[in-house]
Design a protein around this ligand. Sequence first.
Ligand SMILES: Nc1nc2c(ncn2[C@@H]2O[C@H](COP(=O)(O)OP(=O)(O)OP(=O)(O)O)[C@@H](O)[C@H]2O)c(=O)[nH]1
Ligand SMILES: [Mg+2]
Length: 346
Amino acid sequence: MKIGLVGFAGSGKTTVFNTMTGLDVPVGFGGEVRLGTVRVPDERIDKLSAMFNPKKTTYAEMSFCDVPGEHGAEKKGLSSRGLQQIRDQEALCLVLRDFDNPALEGDPDPQGDLDAFHHECIFADLEIVERKLERAKKERADALEIAAFEKVLASLEEEQPIRAIPETELDRSLLRGYGMLTDRPLLVALNRGEDRAAEPMPDALAARIVELQAAGLTLSASVEADIAGLDAEEQAEFLEDLGLSEPAITRFIQTAYGLLDLIAFFTIGEDEVRAWPIRRNLNARKAAGRIHSDLERGFIRAEIMPYDVFMEYGSEAAVKDAGKFQVEGKDYVMSDGDIMSVRFNV
Ligand SMILES: Nc1nc2c(ncn2[C@@H]2O[C@H](COP(=O)(O)OP(=O)(O)OP(=O)(O)O)[C@@H](O)[C@H]2O)c(=O)[nH]1
Ligand SMILES: [Mg+2]
């Protein structure tokens, strides 16, 4: 599961990538696709860790992929190689340049870049869908399958992304494996120069992002890079000078994590406080399997305390006294923030 940082040349992708991963990939001009691991900040884990003072604290992690832009005079298209690199990603974070980059020609045009990127993805999907439909009709494929692709075709012809088609109107499992781009979850990050870091996103751009059923936020990659090495107090001072209340990178990572439709459950104790990322709607037994396959195989029951409940009462004993301790079977559907302990027997 990885999220791609994508966008046109010199928009600040590698700067964001370095800040998140702590790596030191050279910025500027191309380079290769890089994969890095990012810790997902979680205030709940901070608090649990402060309570238990465990030997080890483990946050959820996710992978980001830095996909280089394609350089060339005013190049706003995507080559087939570029498209392939984007297809490899499960969700997309489009970084839009909204600062003067002396290495590039032309003024920043984030809205134009968003539309250009969107159109490239629409064209790429159209090509796939048209080819598929042609073949499907020749081979007299399943009527439902043909109908689904026709639905997608109609949407794309109106320049609507596939992700905007309501869940009830399209069986998305039929599209799996075709490498379509406009059905991927999308986060649009407006990358600002430091002097304008605190300005809100322009209304027109925000509206366009909503239209595309994407999430949006602003950040200044260079500000984030500058504060990454500072301690909390210095960070706060630096940000205040710029009119900012908190680093943007935390929200960026959390929003990106949300794109994957992941939640987390927690395990607690003196040895380790840990967040375990899982897909939404996973059952307790499968979730136990994330910790260890023995826990899934020999699963007896799950003991659950929702994070908020645990914090309200302050200890397991108090949660039990209040009658809020949950004993659940294998089919229990996990909720975000469940603190779980598994009883098992192998
Ligand atoms: N002023 C300013 N400069 C930035 C910002 N973000 C990135 N830059 C600069 O813009 C240049 C390009 O940044 P990169 O992070 O390499 O951009 P990229 O999107 O990875 O570029 P490619 O991989 O070549 O597509 C570098 O010189 C960065 O220092 C920003 O928020 N403000
Ligand atoms: Mg780069």
